[in-house]
Design a protein around this ligand. Sequence first.
Ligand code: GDP
Ligand code: MG
Length: 225
Amino acid sequence: MTTRNKKVLLKVIILGDSGVGKTSLMNQYVNKKFSASYKATIGADFLTKEVLIDDRLVTMQLWDTAGQERFQSLGVAFYRGADCCVLVYDVNNSKSFDTLDSWRDEFLVQASPMDPESFPFVVIGNKIDMGEEKRVVCVSVIMLLKGVIADRLKISAKRASTFCQSKGGIPYFETSAKEALNVEDAFEVIARQALAQEEAGDFSNDFPDTTIDVNRDYPDQGCSC
Ligand code: GDP
Ligand code: MG
């Protein structure tokens, strides 16, 4: 069996503060559905979706949190074997953006990938459908703050891009799980990044570690001569 025909399972972890729309993004992508009602807990640990990347059929396993993200105690099993990590924030909630870095650190500590520098992350700023609505309300209520608020909204995208650049060029998407905006595009990049990571991982698995510990005391085998 060639490597190209091998069944590929990609594990993708979705992290971010509670309420930013992680479950909604997954539901929109996998089931093409959106629910406005807030359910902090879901039954399943992950959703799966088969996707075609170029000519390869791969199974994406999208791991969701069941509300535990509020305590940042997701356990090592949750992270183990991840091929890509998605960091989600809500564009209308700057605190959820500020915590992205600690979610990234948490992932790197728990998953401990072989090469943390090159491990693929994708950042998603969700709920962009709410921007205009918020702005309209604010403008009509306090005209003076109009400029300040518009700036704050603009800075959010700029800050996110700066953050992504500073972390080695993480791909960045702004989405709406509600309106299905950019969700498909974001997950296509996520799938590609995960596949590339999985293939890089396969490479190292094909060649077992043959390092010899030079400090070890090997027993004296004696000499027959
Ligand atoms: P999670 O805790 O990160 O999994 O967040 P949820 O997916 O449960 O979403 C939290 C709340 O935000 C729910 O009430 C969703 O309906 C709502 N929500 C999620 N995504 C969007 C979005 O793109 N736009 C809007 N307007 N609401 C959203
Ligand atoms: Mg959720």
